[in-house]
Design a protein around this ligand. Structure first.
Ligand SMILES: Cc1cc2nc3c(=O)[nH]c(=O)nc-3n(C[C@H](O)[C@H](O)[C@H](O)COP(=O)(O)OP(=O)(O)OC[C@H]3O[C@@H](n4cnc5c(N)ncnc54)[C@H](O)[C@@H]3O)c2cc1C
Length: 638
């Protein structure tokens, strides 16, 4: 039986007043008391860096952790296309309500209404904050910030810095954090990996880390802990995520009692560069913004052998434009990914593996001119050429869907607090605002809304009533550290024959086959059985470099793979349990006559929340989703 009531603690009142009401009513910590309170923030991507900088600027003592050698190397740096905000500079009548509607509908009505409204409401402040930090957004001739469109939207509300928006926004947040480091209110611990969460009396009190250079295990105590540790798409082995992205922090917290929500909701992005060979360890994303000007097509003939430039117009199949005339190439990612897979399954795919479709800029270059296309996407064209040795100015790019973003994560309430009091989760690490499918350019918006504008207040609310840090020599710290060391020793002493990289690759194949773009009950049951067998073999046959003292990258990776093996099984169980199709979760058993996802609102308008049970299968609880500000309807992008 669940011990938790899963009250999302959504404030009363009309949806447009909820956040204001909450801000007016929440408890405060006086400026003189803040310096005595310490907050741990694990993660220094957009979510963690913005939260750390803001909390420290408010006067709290902040300890920020990351496993890279600099906060600037967090995966957020890879984000290319842009960030949404409802400023309506394009004068199209955009509004908070429209951004809210697009986001809820894009997520196929599986997100919490009040959170999404707040996100839309706070979006404009993010742009102001970033501009004040000097983030070099693209501008129109007259000086206004430029905007462009992303999938699932009929307005241009995406702000961008060429094709490196994440990098520029991260530099802004990083600079703000470094200022606090300089002022003495924040400390940044690089090359430190959180390996466990310390709990006493049911509350989060600190973390245990391993110094990835010296191997030293350390204890850190704080008044509360924030996880900003990113997403877990690397569970599929090949994904668009940075190689180091992993689930260890959230998974360790889950095993200590933080519930996990909607684990199966994974976004497969339609515009990755296709895999070229078996030994590849990563896939590279081509930003969705390219779909503003690039046209997607495949040859009509399944026997086509000509170069794309030589295929005449009437022998090309612009399958998205044909099926979805209103949105065309800018349909949401789940819709575009399924369509691309479908035409490749039917034999129209291009490139050496037949798993690719063309993304063609010939018309855009001739209509708008090279210099305009270069100013919008120049660095993306260069990146594509460097990776594929093909020149996208001369011939169309080749793209194919790849695992990209995880909408699932730790369950949080309206205050971004998990089921463990004193443990908060922000950014991609929480399940939060995107439902069953995240629209493009919304992830960074959520990370920065969480970090700059929401969490600092909700943490304050918590700290106003919870003070008193646990000393690091208390039994809770000693016991948790002992368990961390035992686990590391167990991993290094198996002495098997198969490397952690091979295990990761094998499980990735299993996950993409069983729990990828499309799922069936049969495929999921098979994957669950195989994953559980694989986990047993892993703990008997793992081969890694010995010793936990000093640098040991195979040990780091092995710990993450061990967690992926458990999380992967939960993802499959969740996908099997959710007996409907919604957004990216496409159960082949549930589709419309046109092959679109068929929701079952009567039975599945809810968040699936999983609680860990030691030695047994996880237990599911649900949070019902109520829609008052928007009417539930079948998505229609045609
Ligand atoms: C190629 C690509 C392009 C994208 N483009 C866009 C875009 O155009 N627009 C958009 O809105 N979104 C985009 N996204 C999504 C977006 O980039 C991410 O969702 C977002 O950056 C996640 O930020 P985060 O702060 O939650 O996590 P991350 O940036 O992943 O940061 C995680 C942090 O946690 C730390 N960490 C993790 N585990 C531990 C641990 N155990 N111990 C210590 N530290 C730990 C890491 O060191 C890191 O600092 C893109 C994603 C990809 C992959």
């Amino acid at each position: 039986m669940s011990q938790h009531d899963y009250d999302a603690r959504i404030p009363d009142g009309p949806i447009e007043d909820k956040w204001r009401n909450w801000l007016d009513d929440h408890r405060l910590v006086g400026p003189r008391q803040r310096g005595d309170r310490r907050v741990i923030v694990v993660g220094t991507g957009l979510a963690g860096a913005s939260a750390s900088a803001t909390l420290a600027a408010m006067g709290y003592q902040v300890d920020a952790f990351c496993f890279q050698d600099s906060p600037r190397r967090a995966h957020s740096i890879a984000a290319q296309g842009g960030i949404n905000a409802t400023k309506d500079y394009a004068n199209e009548g955009d509004s908070i309500r429209r951004l809210f509607n697009d986001t809820v509908e894009g997520g196929d009505f599986r997100a919490r209404e009040a959170n999404v409204w707040r996100l839309a409401e706070l979006s404009t402040g993010i742009i102001d904050q970033a501009v004040a930090q000097g983030v070099p957004f693209n501008r129109e001739y007259g000086g206004h910030l430029a905007t462009r469109s992303f999938g699932g939207v009929l307005v241009e509300r995406t702000f961008y810095c060429r094709g490196q928006t994440g990098q520029q926004l991260l530099l802004g947040a990083y600079s703000a954090l470094q200022k606090q480091v300089n002022d003495g209110s924040a400390r940044v611990h690089t090359r430190h990996e959180m390996l466990d969460l310390v709990i006493e009396d049911g509350r989060a009190h600190g973390i245990i880390t391993r110094d990835l250079v010296s191997g030293e295990i350390e204890r850190w105590s704080a008044d509360c802990v924030v996880l900003a540790t990113g997403g877990y798409s690397n569970v599929f082995f090949l994904s668009t995520n940075a190689l180091g992205c992993n689930a260890t922090a959230v998974w360790r917290a889950h095993k200590r009692g933080a519930a996990f929500a909607n684990p199966c909701f994974t976004q497969i992005h339609p515009t990755s560069i296709p895999q070229t060979h078996e030994n590849q360890s990563k896939l590279t994303l081509m930003s969705e913004s390219l779909r503003n000007d690039g046209r997607i097509w495949v040859p009509k003939s399944t026997d086509e052998e000509r170069e794309p430039q030589d295929i005449p117009e009437d022998e090309r199949w612009y399958f998205l434009e044909e099926r979805y005339p209103r949105y065309g190439n800018l349909v949401p990612r789940d819709v575009a990914s399924r369509a691309a897979k479908g035409v490749c399954d039917d034999g129209h795919g291009v490139g050496p593996t037949g798993r690719g479709v063309y993304l063609d800029f010939a018309d855009a270059i001739s209509d708008r001119g090279e210099s305009e296309i270069d100013s919008r996407y120049g660095n993306l064209f260069e990146m594509y050429e460097r990776i594929t040795a093909e020149d996208p100015w001369q011939r169309p790019m080749r793209i194919y869907p790849a695992p990209h973003y995880t909408m699932g994560g730790l369950w949080v309430d309206y205050e971004l607090q998990t089921t463990i009091p004193g443990l908060f989760a922000i950014g991609e690490a929480n399940f939060s605002d995107h439902g069953a499918n995240r629209l493009g350019a919304s992830a960074m918006m959520q990370c920065l809304a969480d970090g700059y504008f929401i969490l600092p207040h909700t943490v304050t609310n918590y700290l106003s009533e919870n003070e008193g840090r646990l000393a690091t020599d208390e039994p809770a710290f000693e016991q948790t550290e002992r368990e961390v060391v035992e686990r590391l020793d167990r991993l290094t002493s198996i002495g098997g024959k198969t490397t952690q990289g091979q295990w990761h690759k094998d499980m990735g194949h299993l996950m993409i086959d069983g729990c990828g773009i499309a799922r069936t009950a049969e495929g999921l049951e098979k994957a669950i059985g195989e994953l559980s067998a694989m986990r047993e073999s892993f703990w008997q046959d793992l081969c890694i470099a010995p010793g936990r003292d000093g640098m040991n990258q195979s040990l780091e990776h092995a710990g993450r793979v061990a967690d992926f093996l458990e999380l992967g099984e939960l993802m499959c169980r969740d996908a099997l349990d959710r007996d409907e199709s919604c957004g990216c979760h496409f159960r082949e058993e549930h589709q419309t006559d046109d092959g679109e996802a068929l929701r079952d609102d009567e039975n599945w308008s809810s968040v699936s929340i999983w609680e860990h049970r030691e030695g047994e299968a996880a237990e599911k609880v649900t949070e019902p989703l109520n829609f008052e500000a928007i009417e539930l309807e079948q998505r229609n992008y045609a």
